[in-house]
Write a protein that binds this ligand. Structure first.
Ligand SMILES: *[C@@H]1O[C@H](CO)[C@@H](O)[C@H](O)[C@H]1NC(C)=O
Ligand SMILES: *[C@@H]1O[C@H](CO)[C@@H](O)[C@H](O)[C@H]1NC(C)=O
Ligand SMILES: *[C@@H]1O[C@H](CO)[C@@H](O)[C@H](O)[C@H]1NC(C)=O
Ligand SMILES: *[C@@H]1O[C@H](CO)[C@@H](O)[C@H](O)[C@H]1NC(C)=O
Ligand SMILES: *[C@@H]1O[C@H](CO)[C@@H](O)[C@H](O)[C@H]1NC(C)=O
Ligand SMILES: *[C@@H]1O[C@H](CO)[C@@H](O)[C@H](O)[C@H]1NC(C)=O
Length: 207
C-alpha cells in the first residue's frame, strides 16, 4: 500500500513537472567546427543561461566586435538557419535603437548578445565559460513570450553561421499568438512519454 502511494505521488509529480519545463538545451553545431551548448535553467529571477563549447575563432571572425547571437522566433527547418525567422521580440522593441543592458526596455527579449555581449572568439575557438541570468527569458507565459519551441542562431557579420532548436523537458508547447512556433519537437514529446512510461513500469512492479 505504501509503495503504491509513493508510486502514485511520483506519477503525479512527473505529470506536474511535464507541464512547465525547467530546463532547455540548444546544441548549436555546424560543419565548420562550431559546437556550442546553451543550457537554460529556471531560477527565481528568470533563466540561468550557461554556454560552453568551441568553434568560434578570431581568424574566422569578420568583425572585430565579435559574433552576435539571439533567440529566434521559429525552430530550424532542414538545418536551414534562415528558416528561423527574426529575433524573439514580443514587446516590439525592434532594432531601431541599440539594446542597452542597463535599460532592458530597449532590448529585444531574444537579443542575448546585446544584453550580455558578443562572443569575441579565441585563437583556438574554445569559448570561455559563460554564465548569466536573463530576467526576460522564460519558459512560461503566453505564446509570444516563451522560448519553448524556438531556436538559437549565431551570426558572423549578419551571416547566420550556426543554429539549433531549444529543446525543453516537458511538452508545454505554445499554440497561439502571432509569433507562436508552427511546429513542435518530436524529441520533447518522446522524452516526456519515456519518463512517464518509466513511472508506469515502476507502478506495475510495485503491484
Ligand atoms: C547557474 O548555473 C551555473 C552552472 O550550473 C551555476 O554554477 C550557477 O550557480 C547558477 N546560478 C544560479 C543563480 O543559479
Ligand atoms: C532557407 O530558408 C529560407 C527562409 O525560409 C528560404 O528562403 C530558403 O530558400 C531556404 N534555403 C534552403 C536551401 O532551403
Ligand atoms: C511594432 O512597431 C512598429 C514601429 O513602431 C509598428 O509599425 C508596428 O505596428 C508594431 N507592431 C506590433 C505588432 O505592435
Ligand atoms: C529606458 O529607455 C526608455 C525608452 O527609450 C526611456 O523612456 C526610459 O527613460 C529609459 N529608462 C532609463 C532608466 O534610462
Ligand atoms: C559585413 O556585412 C556587410 C553587409 O552584408 C558588408 O557590406 C560588409 O562588407 C561586411 N564586412 C566585412 C568586413 O566583410
Ligand atoms: C501576441 O502578440 C500579438 C501582437 O503583438 C498580440 O495581438 C497577441 O494577442 C499576443 N498573443 C498572446 C497569446 O498574448
Amino acid at each position: 500500500m505504501q509503495i503504491k502511494a509513493v508510486a502514485s505521488a511520483l506519477a503525479i509529480a512527473s505529470l506536474a513537472a511535464a507541464a512547465v519545463p525547467t530546463t532547455g538545451v540548444a546544441h548549436v553545431k555546424n560543419a565548420d567546427g562550431v559546437d556550442i551548448k546553451f543550457v537554460f535553467t529556471t531560477v527565481p529571477k528568470g533563466l540561468n543561461v550557461t554556454i560552453t563549447g568551441k568553434g568560434l575563432t578570431i581568424a574566422k571572425r569578420v568583425l572585430a566586435t565579435g559574433y552576435d547571437y539571439h533567440v529566434h522566433v521559429k525552430p530550424v527547418t532542414n538545418g536551414n538557419c534562415s528558416s528561423t525567422g527574426g529575433h524573439l521580440d514580443p514587446t516590439n522593441v525592434t532594432t531601431a535603437k541599440p539594446c542597452d543592458p542597463k535599460n532592458l526596455t530597449l532590448c529585444q527579449t531574444g537579443d542575448l548578445a546585446g544584453k550580455f555581449g558578443n562572443f569575441m572568439g579565441t585563437e583556438d575557438g574554445v569559448l570561455p565559460f559563460t554564465d548569466y541570468i536573463d530576467t526576460q527569458l522564460k519558459f512560461e507565459g503566453d505564446a509570444n513570450n516563451t522560448i519553448i519551441g524556438r531556436s538559437i542562431v549565431i551570426h558572423n557579420n549578419g551571416t547566420r553561421i550556426a543554429c539549433a532548436d531549444i529543446i525543453t523537458e516537458g511538452s508545454a508547447t505554445p499554440t497561439s499568438g502571432t509569433d507562436a512556433p508552427k511546429t513542435t519537437s518530436g524529441a520533447v514529446k518522446l522524452a516526456g512519454s519515456l519518463a512517464l512510461s518509466g513511472v508506469v513500469a515502476f507502478m506495475m512492479l510495485a503491484l
